[in-house]
Design a protein. Structure first.
Length: 113
């Protein structure tokens, strides 16, 4: 019995599997998903540096290993009530189109920090 398993086939399969994975998170009472390859990392709540004259949903910026990352609270952006910031608040760091940004949301049901 012979096996024809080349390394390139394994890599292609792993890439295909990652292409069908999503990070689920909640905003208000709704659950959403974002493609896993857009997610750079998950972080807990941390204090941000406010930006003068920014819209209410832009909470500020954080320094992420030398990269200034804007933090957007999607609960405010989508008018989903008054957000609370506690141990269940998650920062989702995204890399979309070569730009790094972060969303605050309620705990991700599929992750643990």
């Amino acid at each position: 019995m012979t096996q024809n398993s080349s390394p390139s086939t394994s890599v292609a399969t792993a890439a295909d599997d990652a292409g069908n994975e999503f990070l689920a998170f909640t905003l208000g009472k709704e659950e959403y998903g974002i493609h896993i390859l857009k997610v750079q990392e998950l972080r807990g709540y941390e204090t941000v540096t406010r930006i003068a004259n920014a819209p209410e949903f832009v909470k500020g910026v954080v320094n992420l290993r030398g990269i200034i990352v804007p933090i957007v609270d999607m609960r405010i952006k989508f008018n989903l009530g008054e957000p609370t910031y506690d141990q269940f608040t998650v920062v989702i760091i995204l890399n979309i189109g070569g730009r790094v940004m972060a969303w605050w949301s309620t705990a991700c049901p599929t992750s643990s920090l």
